[in-house]
Design a protein around this ligand. Structure first.
Ligand SMILES: [Fe+2]
Length: 295
């Protein structure tokens, strides 16, 4: 296996290893897992992708998430992100599918709004537009390490509220349905997620983050905005240009990502699977020391 860094300072392509190798071979899994802990974003090229092969790969890293209400694939382990409507045609720009893609174009980390956040996401490109539609990543670990020590300390002792409805409301009022909002009440996590393998901290922030516990709402939001702006400053990102057969995996504890636009008339279909975080991934260390909501 060869690990080819993609930069800047994170993200790597794994060569000489397939999804099936990782799914079925302990040594391949150990190498991929170590690369994920180290590089935060992993790219596999030229894969033979099926739903089964993607799910077998996903399961090696932990329990696969069940897709929430209101997403295409609800109740399964797959989320389909598409602009192709049930009639086989590309949907108009004001269609719910298109607005969802627009919401994905805000900087975020997947599932921080859930009661169990995500260790990692796995995205496969099934129908790729000719131009645009890239996925852009930043390292919130490197962003944390760029802060001065006093700011680092402040972040590490802060807790952030995340709400799915908040990020969707930035795109269109009512984009999160009453059913989704009821299923996804706000949750709260420590602002810094320390990787239990290498001890490195990372900012755990997203478009879903809307308040800092104990801070005035405006001051908390200003702090979140300032940290996201610093994390996503020009030159800090890796932009993945999708090719057929690509699979990209990322560590939601240590990165943010966003989709990039593409010509509205072109179809794009991606399939995501997601691994829930567990105690072994440091989940207990990000839980707040105060009660959050009635379970
Ligand atoms: Fe995402």
């Amino acid at each position: 296996m060869q690990v080819v860094p993609l930069g800047p300072g994170f993200a790597a392509e794994l060569r000489g290893m397939s999804l099936a190798d990782v799914a079925h071979d302990d040594a391949a899994y150990a190498a991929a897992r170590a690369a994920l802990e180290e590089h935060s974003v992993l790219v596999f090229r030229g894969q033979e992708i099926t739903d089964d092969s993607q799910l077998d790969f996903t399961r090696r890293f932990g329990p696969p998430e069940v897709t929430k209400v209101g997403s295409l694939g609800t109740g399964t382990h797959f989320i389909t992100l598409t602009t192709i409507g049930p009639d086989g045609k590309v949907v108009p720009p004001d269609h719910r599918y298109a607005l969802r893609n627009k919401a994905n174009q805000l900087w975020h980390t997947d599932s921080s709004f859930k009661r169990t956040p995500a260790l990692a996401s796995i995205l496969s490109g099934r129908t790729i537009p000719k131009e645009g539609g890239e996925t852009e990543f930043v390292s919130t670990r490197l962003a944390f390490e760029r802060l001065d020590p006093a700011r680092q300390q402040q972040c590490e002792s802060s807790f952030v509220w995340h709400d799915y409805g908040h990020s969707r409301a930035q795109i269109a009022p009512g984009l999160a349905s009453p059913e989704e909002r009821a299923a996804l009440p706000p949750v709260c996590w420590r602002m810094v997620w320390r990787n239990p393998v290498n001890g490195r901290g990372a900012l755990f922030l997203a478009s879903h983050a809307y308040a800092v516990e104990g801070m005035e709402p405006a001051a908390g939001k200003a702090l979140i905005d300032e940290l996201i702006a610093a994390a996503t400053a020009p030159g800090a990102s890796y932009v993945h240009q999708w090719k057929s057969g690509d699979v990209v995996m990322w560590d939601n504890r240590a990165t943010m990502h966003r989709g990039r636009p593409w010509p509205a008339h072109e179809a794009r279909l991606m399939v995501r699977t997601t691994v829930s975080a567990t105690s072994a991934d440091g989940l207990d260390s990000v839980r707040p020391p105060f009660p959050v909501a009635a379970e």
